[in-house]
Design a binder for this molecule. Structure first.
Ligand code: AMP
Ligand code: ZN
Ligand code: ZN
Length: 306
């Protein structure tokens, strides 16, 4: 199997783009595709300071690597959630730190247990039926926005890839969650104390970012979070991967046609009138009256302790 552009052996086959590429040409292709995605959705410029949320996994390390190579000024943020299973959080932190050190980049580490007095699994309140993953998502969003806002960063970057985006779209589609559909985008503009959020890998398949990481010798955590509730997103990704095998390109067209339809006003999604106001406790923007979900989660824990 030869590269489409040269005589070298291809290291990756991308049937959805009718491309087989050698390491060198695949690398160039990735850089160009991410650079184009950033421009097409007007994500950020080289004059802005970016904060990349780094989990230690392939996608967030790849996006940090690519953005830095493209000349963007990006610091990293690792959130230690205190997940003890298989030393998941410690191992992930070591991968994020090793990458930052090797590349001379700044990594901010936020330790949930040190800040709130409890690790995420202990924050889970059974009475309100919260699962670890939903508490985890809530805590991550709160800390990411807090650090980005306080650090004066122009945008917060996550490693969400095409497979993640297509799976989210499918879940919201099937349940007809029009509010969520209206808010799913590669860029969410800043507003009312919420930092702009960007997903530069939104058009990059998971296997492509994995190939990029391997090619660059990026040592990433290959383990999913051990908490089982993640299985639901894995289920949807599995379905889409099966579809992709039968009809290459289906994920990309599903997601990009959704974006196109929305941009052209062919999709009437219900834009929820989300009024945001500062949480009286922590000051972060929230939709609910009174304390934000994060502060309420902490509150329940303190009550329990009495
Ligand atoms: P996930 O929800 O685990 O699929 O992660 C989606 C994105 O959130 C990743 O690509 C990272 O950018 C970010 N992220 C996930 N976990 C962490 C973490 N512990 N610390 C910082 N960023 C994270
Ligand atoms: Zn080549
Ligand atoms: Zn709050």
């Amino acid at each position: 199997m030869k590269c489409k552009h040269c005589t070298q052996e291809a290291v990756i086959r991308m049937p959805e783009h009718r491309l087989k590429l050698c390491g060198e040409h695949f690398d160039a292709w990735m850089l160009k595709r991410v650079a184009r995605t950033v421009k097409r959705f007007s994500m950020f410029t080289t004059d802005e300071r970016l904060l990349v949320a780094v989990s230690g996994g392939k996608d967030s390390l790849a996006v940090w690597d690519i953005l830095t190579r493209l000349g963007y000024a990006a610091d990293g943020l690792y959130i230690h959630l205190g997940i003890p299973d298989g030393d998941y959080s410690d191992v992930s932190q070591r991968h994020a730190e090793a990458y930052a050190t090797a590349h001379g980049l700044k990594l901010i580490v936020a330790d949930v247990a040190a800040e709130t007095g409890r690790a995420v699994p202990d924050l889970v309140e059974r009475r309100v039926g919260r699962r670890v993953c939903s508490a985890c998502g809530l805590v991550k969003r709160h800390i990411m926005n807090d650090r980005a806002h306080r650090g004066g960063y122009a945008a917060l970057i996550t490693g969400h890839n095409l497979d993640d985006e297509a799976a989210t779209l499918m879940q919201n589609n099937i349940r007809w969650k029009t509010g969520y559909l209206g808010r799913q985008a590669p860029v969410l503009p800043a507003r009312d104390g919420l930092t702009r959020k960007c997903k530069p890998l939104a058009l990059i398949h998971e296997r492509e970012s994995a190939a990029y990481a391997l090619l660059h010798g990026i040592d990433y955590v290959d383990q999913e979070c051990p908490h089982a509730a993640r299985a639901s997103s894995l289920y949807w990704k599995g379905l889409l991967s099966d579809m992709e095998l039968r009809s290459p390109g289906v994920m990309l067209s599903y997601y990009s046609e959704f974006l196109r339809a929305r941009d052209e006003g062919r999709l009437t999604v219900q834009e929820e009138a989300l009024e945001l106001h500062p949480c009286p406790n922590c000051g972060q923007p929230t939709m609910v009256d009174g304390a934000c979900a994060f502060c309420r989660l902490m509150e329940v824990q303190h009550d329990d302790a009495h």
